[in-house]
Design a protein around this ligand. Sequence first.
Ligand SMILES: *[C@@H]1O[C@H](CO)[C@@H](O)[C@H](O)[C@H]1NC(C)=O
Ligand SMILES: *[C@@H]1O[C@H](CO)[C@@H](O)[C@H](O)[C@H]1NC(C)=O
Ligand SMILES: *[C@@H]1O[C@H](CO)[C@@H](O)[C@H](O)[C@H]1NC(C)=O
Ligand SMILES: *[C@@H]1O[C@H](CO)[C@@H](O)[C@H](O)[C@H]1NC(C)=O
Length: 494
Amino acid sequence: MKNLRPICFLVFFSYVQCQTLQRSLLAAAWNHTNSQNYLQENLRDITSIMVAQFLQKSTYQEVQTIVEELVHRAEKCKVLKPQESPSECSHQLMTTFLEHVCNNQGMADKQEFSDCCNINNKARLKCFLLYKKDDTEYSDVFQIPNLEQICDVDKENQASVKERYIYETSRKHPFLYGPTILTMSACYETAIRSCCQEENKTECFQIKLEPIRKYVREISLRHHHLCEIGIKFNHKVSKAVELVLLTKKQPKANFSEIAKLAGDVKNLHQTCCEGDVVACVLGRSQLMNDTCSKQSALSSKITPCCALSVPFRGECIINSENDDKPDLSSLPLSRFTEDRFVCKQFIDKQDDLLPEFLYEYSRRHSELALSVILRVYTVYQNLLGKCCKLENPLECYSHGKEMFQRVVGESHERIKNHCDLREKLGDANFHDRLIILYTKKVPQLSAQELVTFTKNMAAAATKCCPLRDEQRFVCMEDSGSKLIEKCQSLLGHK
Ligand SMILES: *[C@@H]1O[C@H](CO)[C@@H](O)[C@H](O)[C@H]1NC(C)=O
Ligand SMILES: *[C@@H]1O[C@H](CO)[C@@H](O)[C@H](O)[C@H]1NC(C)=O
Ligand SMILES: *[C@@H]1O[C@H](CO)[C@@H](O)[C@H](O)[C@H]1NC(C)=O
Ligand SMILES: *[C@@H]1O[C@H](CO)[C@@H](O)[C@H](O)[C@H]1NC(C)=O
């Protein structure tokens, strides 16, 4: 297969210290009412996000001009009512936008997109998507040129501070999902307003804006990676990733609930990754509505989130803590490795058996990183693939349990080695060593990816290595670098 350059590393960051973020969510949510016409009222902002994420080089004014034009021309979005299909609106908005870029001679970014403009429909959008650039090295110290000034601006024109924030954030983070940008813009605006009334504004800005900035940076990376998984791996892998993440969060929910949710979330990611901000905003608010309507079956931790209005619900649920582990002693995992009917299921209904294993394993091991769980999953899949061809398969796959433990043990071992190495070399030399190490291990990475990756890894080591054993493991798996996956093992689904 040519052109196969799968991401062989997935970097997952933990969600920011939720408490600080949740505080700013609550502060901002306080003044928002639950609006039925959320989409319509925010259409301008939503369109700005879409435009700025595609036309990253355009100025604020240029983006505003295009947004005016689009909102004016998108007939289908004007009559939008809650019960009507909004997909026509999103489709029209997107098509109109792409046409607008392609038909406008003087447009700043047009040159760049000329090859995309020669093709049509779905292919055109795909082509535009390829031009999005997420510069992870971009220093995103948010430009607050003069704090007094921002407070004056706010008095004169309440909206412009928020709109500028939306513009800057969208162009800097072209893969960050629209609903998140909307939420964070509300948090930002609330923070600015409250700081402008403070005596010491500088201090207030530092305290209130830092968590917002940090969250945006981390979640943007995460969204970008989810998009890459969606593009570079098949849909089974994306779904497996969602299944693990959801199960860790909601270990009490039953398999059918989790499996359905995983499918929905995967589809939503796809929509959001395609840059269709209207559909992404709508899809997410529907998903969150669904989630809240079933909260008792899903998780006990999301109740306070479900009381919030639309723009805040989603972010709050995503950042809620994992639910407590249920008592699973009566349902031993051994049915996957000791039951004589495993091969029959594997052969007849593989698509039921494997996700169910993944679910049962994840809910028992919420302390393990996604990467480790996926590796265990791949080991199990390969094991059955091999054993079920044999005369006595049970004898063969009954070694599964030890094999899973070995995978977990190896990942402990790797972390221990890293920490030992760091202690020996010191932080600066440790980073250099990591670069050398991983240049050999994953030659597929570009120089920039490699530096970013090893930097994250070194940062995680600095933070986590001083902790004790088990805490250290969780911290490493959870906070910084996540994993280097051998391409084949993640692509095991073919
Ligand atoms: C919230 O709304 C009230 C009344 O609508 C207004 O007086 C107050 O300033 C608002 N608070 C914030 C933080 O925006
Ligand atoms: C504002 O707070 C910062 C940080 O705490 C401090 O360094 C500065 O002196 C304070 N400024 C005023 C005018 O109080
Ligand atoms: C959530 O879904 C229910 C049932 O589908 C619907 O009646 C309700 O209006 C929705 N709520 C919101 C806020 O969209
Ligand atoms: C899963 O949970 C839901 C909600 O509690 C319930 O309606 C459904 O019957 C359960 N499914 C299974 C297979 O137990």
